[in-house]
Design a protein around this ligand. Structure first.
Ligand code: DGJ
Length: 455
């Protein structure tokens, strides 16, 4: 028999309506509170430096393979040898079947399309006028007063020929130092040639028949001058000197002050590094490229001082690019193989004047050939991204010795992680443990959201 539940409240229509209205109110309140919390969270993120382990970094740290095979030699004189062509021979061969891998003809197009803000290492990169960017062996300066980035580099848009009556290295006559400006590190406006070649006076350092390479610009707060240091050489690289120029504005024109052999030594590939305390340093390959020299500049950045340290003695390193993270100094260098790529090494030190220790090859991803050839490129500069401590842009040149003006840029994320200072001391066996420095290969990548404080 069915029992009647005497305690059951009769359901009235008014009661059920009241019930659903309160549920609705509670849900609305919940949604509003979540929106408010989300908003709070994202605005908090906008002002705080992002932690290294944030999800943006994970994307950049994903290992991306890029497989290609080096074909057997196709030279008729060597038909019986089934060996594999060395990567560098293949790279230097204008008719290589891998030409499109090394020098893709596709272009990073202008804004407003799907390429927007994506870096494509190795592809032709156009400025806002639609012309390939000419800023090789360069550097990027962030100008605090205009909150603008300036990219300086060798303007090489001239014919390539062999120096010294076809017996010397491939070269382009000096045209000058190109300068491009950007607010987003992707869209670059051509600001023109900020230091020009000398066309008539053959005794001038900047005469077009000489060599001007690897210009680096830093700003001196005390003198309010933009100071450019550069490798100045004769066509056969015998002059081995350093040139200095200054300007009142980042877009020049720079006034050339002359050249010198710093500390009385040869100077070829070089860079300058401005430390957090405002002291700037010159780092240069010297003594027949066998030794790297490091020394502080004078307060006005126009000369070297008497202090200098010799590092990487006998290691034959060039193309130095220095950066700093959590009090540790790092340097990426290449070997000395002319315009051909080789293996990069990263070095670390607690003090800029040494002792420096070589950590190893920082390249991650691609394939082994990519990794032992620095993704077919050579270091030029390492640019810190202030909002993301530990994240840098590794700027490198993929030189095209057959057509130097068509040399490409390889910009990739460089990440310093692994907590060197948190390591338990016993793991070090008394040795200094360094953080891990990695340059990640990506066919296509972009900077993590919110990197730009100035937008
Ligand atoms: C390698 C250097 O890093 C480049 O700047 C340039 O000097 C070439 N050598 C010339 O062969």
């Amino acid at each position: 028999m069915r029992m009647k539940n005497l305690y059951r409240k009769p359901i009235t229509t008014a009661g059920s309506r009241y019930c659903s209205i309160s549920v609705l109110i509670i849900w609305t309140l919940l949604i509003l509170v979540s929106i408010f919390l989300l908003h709070l969270y994202s605005s908090f993120n906008m002002i705080q430096p992002q932690p290294l382990a944030s999800f943006h970094f994970h994307q950049l740290q994903q290992i991306e393979n890029h497989n290609f095979q080096i074909p057997p030699p196709n030279k008729k004189s060597l038909p019986q040898i089934k060996s594999i062509t060395p990567l560098v021979d293949e790279f230097l061969d204008q008719d290589s079947s891998l030409r499109e891998v090394f020098f893709p003809m596709e272009t990073i197009r202008k804004r407003n399309d799907s390429y927007n803000n994506y870096y494509f290492p190795g592809r032709i990169w156009l400025d806002t006028d639609g012309n390939p960017i000419q800023a090789h062996g360069g550097c990027v300066l962030f100008d605090e007063s205009s909150t603008t980035y300036y990219w300086y580099g060798e303007y090489k848009d001239g014919p390539t020929y062999l120096a010294n009556h076809n017996k010397g290295p491939a070269r382009v006559d000096i045209i000058g130092v190109g300068c491009y400006s950007s607010k987003d590190l992707w869209t670059w406006k051509n600001e023109g040639i900020v230091l020009s070649a000398e066309k008539t006076n053959k005794t001038h350092d900047l005469h077009k028949s000489n060599v001007l390479e690897r210009p680096k610009v830093i700003y001196n707060e005390k003198t309010r001058k933009y100071v450019m240091w550069m490798h100045i050489d004769s066509a056969n690289y015998a002059k081995a000197s350093i040139g200095i120029a200054i300007s009142d504005t980042p877009i020049g024109p720079f006034e050339y002050l002359g050249s010198q052999r710093p500390h009385g030594y040869q100077s070829r590939d070089m860079t300058v590094f401005k430390d957090e305390d405002g002291v700037a340093y010159l780092i240069y390959s010297s003594e027949g490229n066998n030794v790297m020299h490091i020394g502080p500049l004078t307060e006005n950045y126009l000369n070297v001082t008497s202090v200098m340290r010799r590092v990487f003695v006998g290691q034959r390193r060039e193309a130095p690019a220095m950066f700093k993270h959590k009090g540790t100094y790092y340097m990426i260098t290449s070997g000395c193989t002319g315009w051909a790529p080789n293996e990069a090494l990263v070095h670390a030190s607690d003090s800029i004047l040494g002792t420096w220790e070589t950590i190893g090859n920082p390249c991650v991803g691609g394939n082994k050939m990519f990794r032992v050839s620095t993704f077919l490129a050579q270091s030029a500069f390492v640019l810190p991204l202030k909002r993301f401590p530990g994240l840098f842009i590794f700027m490198a040149d993929r030189w095209n010795p057959g057509e130097l003006r068509d040399s490409r840029y390889v910009w990739l994320p460089l990440i310093v992680d692994g907590h060197d200072d948190d390591q338990a001391i016993e793991y070090g066996f008394g040795y200094r443990l360094w953080a891990r420095v990695s340059i990640y290969w990506h066919r296509k990548w972009k900077l993590p959201l919110g990197w730009n404080t100035f937008k």
